[in-house]
Design a protein around this ligand. Structure first.
Ligand code: ADP
Ligand code: ZN
Length: 623
């Protein structure tokens, strides 16, 4: 099915009246994409761009940015040009659009010269509605000349933070895009990104000459991601347990710091029956590609990776992101966990952390090439991360506050909300801990200090004569784990600091003296041993654990998922390009029995109805 735009006059109609072009946007949302309503600011953005305005769209991952340019490109006369930095990303988007019946294509270095030429002919012939282009191609003089002879509906600049050096993903080719405004002053431009920190945002406006653009800011919150932090004890078994109970068949990403650990964890998970693949810079390009492909094209694959993995991974049904090592900042944490749940369905961000990790990160920063100012900034970022891990209030609130965003109340979808933390007056315990630090000369780590407090006569204690200190054994009333938790909170609260220039021992922080002198009290969160969350009903749940499907609904979901996987293999596209998990879930619950009912399921547009309607109804009829 080809989508053609209705004739439209070039002067914008008055904004107040019901407007045919705006109505057309509503119709396309239903017909092409199969959705009944716009989300958040989508409608305002789409109407603004349809009317010819420039826009800067800051919207979190999974918020629905793509429709903000795809629909205006279809409504406005002419060809929509989308700039996108990554080949894999372009291909997925184009495959998905074609499934929905949109005449879309991409132009990048993966095409051979003959293919490129044919595509450019199609552009000239008006046979396309949307073309995704790599930035370096777009700014080539011959290409700009060609565009100059065509009617252009809009320019969309996706992943617009790539233009900024402050962003995490600078792409020098993006700088050339400023030429669009000069060459095509009348064509609306819309820049989109999920990164919205101040300096990056300013850079986008400056570099792309978007001074006149209307800015649409959505909050940072990703409500469907549940945040969880556990105390690291036996990390890989903790991980395995988490996967077994909560994501038995789901796809997800596990992040580790080192290549060696990536290999080790991937092996470990494989031995325990998971399809787990390693991904890091030490593997050759072909292996990395193969592992990434399987992650995208199979169901339920776990990728164990260093942070090198994830950029440009648009797989919408990543159901969990697990950190076995702490990320270096809350920005990195937000970005990495943000790869979960793009489809809006429930997903988990799980992290196992210990103070030792934070200390070794700090030492790495200290030993790095950075100048002193940068080191201070990096160390502060690690402190903020530690504060997040140790918080006794809602994690989402801590995270959003960090980005100057806020949430009116606790979220109900993080571990702290699920198990509210009780606090206790820990002033005396804090004084004991601080005294242990002070009397041993402010240079020992947590292990040794806990040995001292609990009166353990290790070789080191005896060698140093620490068993003769007054603090030796004064903390026997509290368990080792509880002492470790106390030390973490003392560091997080600024009572203790890490000696990053020495061997990572603990020394007094700015707030220590007041506590020692009894001028300040300290509250600690109650130490609880980690509990494994219980699933509401035992039984054998498959794959859908995170999606809260049960019984025959889960069985139908599996049948649909199986059918989709076969189909995706025949067509050589990832399964989510055919139908999203959210659509399969809706089908499993709603169980449409005819074409009309099927058409009302979110994500089923006209093209998918034509192509897959009968097959789906048969499966639902059987299930
Ligand atoms: P982003 O690019 O902002 O990360 P996408 O454009 O990929 O987000 O959209 C995320 C998910 O939300 C996709 O599965 C998409 O189909 C879905 N979606 C977008 N807009 C709507 C809507 N109005 N109603 C329902 N689902 C939507
Ligand atoms: Zn919460």
């Amino acid at each position: 099915m080809a989508v053609s735009a209705p004739p439209m006059s070039s002067s914008s109609p008055p904004l107040t009246q019901p407007n045919a072009a705006h109505q057309r946007a509503q119709d396309l949302l239903r017909e092409i994409f199969g959705y009944g309503h716009f989300r958040g600011q989508q409608q305002a953005i789409i109407e603004h761009v349809i009317d010819g305005g420039d826009g800067l769209v800051l919207m979190p991952t999974g918020g629905g940015k793509s429709l903000c340019y795809q629909i205006p490109a279809l409504v406005r006369p002419g060809l929509g040009i989308v700039v996108s930095p990554l080949i894999a990303l372009m291909k997925d988007q184009v495959d998905a659009l074609r499934q929905a019946g949109v005449r879309a294509a991409y132009l990048n270095s993966s095409l051979n010269p003959g293919e490129s030429r044919r595509l450019e002919e199609e552009m000239r012939d008006g046979a396309l509605d949307l073309v995704y282009v790599a930035p370096e191609r777009l700014v080539m003089p011959y290409f700009l000349d060609m565009l100059g002879q065509l009617k252009i509906a809009l320019f969309a600049i996706d992943e617009a933070h790539c233009v900024s050096q402050w962003g995490h993903n600078f792409r020098p080719e993006y700088r050339g895009l400023s030429i669009l405004h000069e060459r095509f002053p009348d064509v609306p431009r819309v820049a989109l990104t999920a990164t919205a920190d101040g300096p990056t945002r300013k850079d986008i406006v400056d570099r792309l000459q978007l001074g006149q653009a209307r800015v649409f800011v959505s909050g940072f919150d990703r409500p469907n991601i549940g945040y969880r932090v556990v105390e690291k004890k036996d990390a890989r078994n903790q991980l395995l347990n988490f996967l077994k109970t909560e994501h038995p068949d789901d796809a997800g990403i596990v992040y580790c710091l080192s290549r060696r650990k990536v290999d080790e964890i991937a092996d470990f998970l494989s031995q325990h029956g998971r399809l787990a693949l390693p991904y890091h810079a030490g593997l050759d390009a072909e292996t990395r590609q193969r592992h990434q492909d399987r992650f995208l094209k199979d169901e339920g694959v776990v990728v164990v990776a260093t942070v090198a993995f994830g950029m440009g991974i648009d797989k919408p049904n990543v159901r969990f992101v697990a950190h076995l090592d702490v990320p270096r900042s809350l920005e990195a944490y937000y970005q990495e966990t943000g790869r979960a749940g793009r489809d809006g369905l429930p997903a988990t961000a799980w992290m196992a952390y210990g103070l030792a990790d934070v200390i070794s990160c700090k030492q790495m920063v200290q030993g790095s090439e950075l100048d002193d100012r940068q080191k201070r900034v990096e160390l502060q970022k690690l402190d903020a991360l530690l504060g997040y891990c140790e918080t006794s209030t809602c994690r989402r609130q801590v995270l959003l506050n960090y980005f100057n965003d806020s949430l009116p109340g606790p979220c109900g979808n993080c571990d702290v909300c699920a198990n509210p933390v009780k606090s206790w007056d820990g002033t005396v315990a804090a004084q004991k801990a601080l005294s242990a630090v002070y009397r041993t000369g402010q240079r020992f780590g947590v292990q040794h200090l806990v040995d001292l407090l609990t009166g353990k006569e290790t070789d080191k204690i005896i060698e140093r004569g620490h068993n003769a200190l007054k603090t030796f054994g004064v903390g026997r009333d509290i368990g080792r784990n509880a002492w470790a938790a106390i030390f973490r909170q003392l560091v997080a609260g600024g009572y203790l600091a890490v000696d990053v220039e020495g061997h990572g021992g603990l020394l007094f922080g700015p707030k220590a003296t007041a506590v020692v002198k009894g001028e300040e009290t300290v509250e600690f969160r109650e130490h609880k041993e980690e509990k494994t969350p219980r699933r509401p009903s035992g039984g054998a749940r498959r794959g859908t654990a995170a999606l809260e499907l049960e019984g025959s609904d889960a069985t139908l979901f599996e049948a649909l998922r199986h059918w989709r996987l076969e189909l995706s293999r025949e067509q050589g596209v990832p399964p989510y390009v055919i139908l999203h998990d959210a659509t399969l879930v809706a089908l499993s619950v709603e169980r449409p029995s005819n074409i009309e009912e099927l058409a009302a399921i979110p994500g089923v547009g006209r093209s998918k109805l034509d192509r897959y309607g009968q097959a789906i109804l048969e499966i639902v009829g059987r299930g």
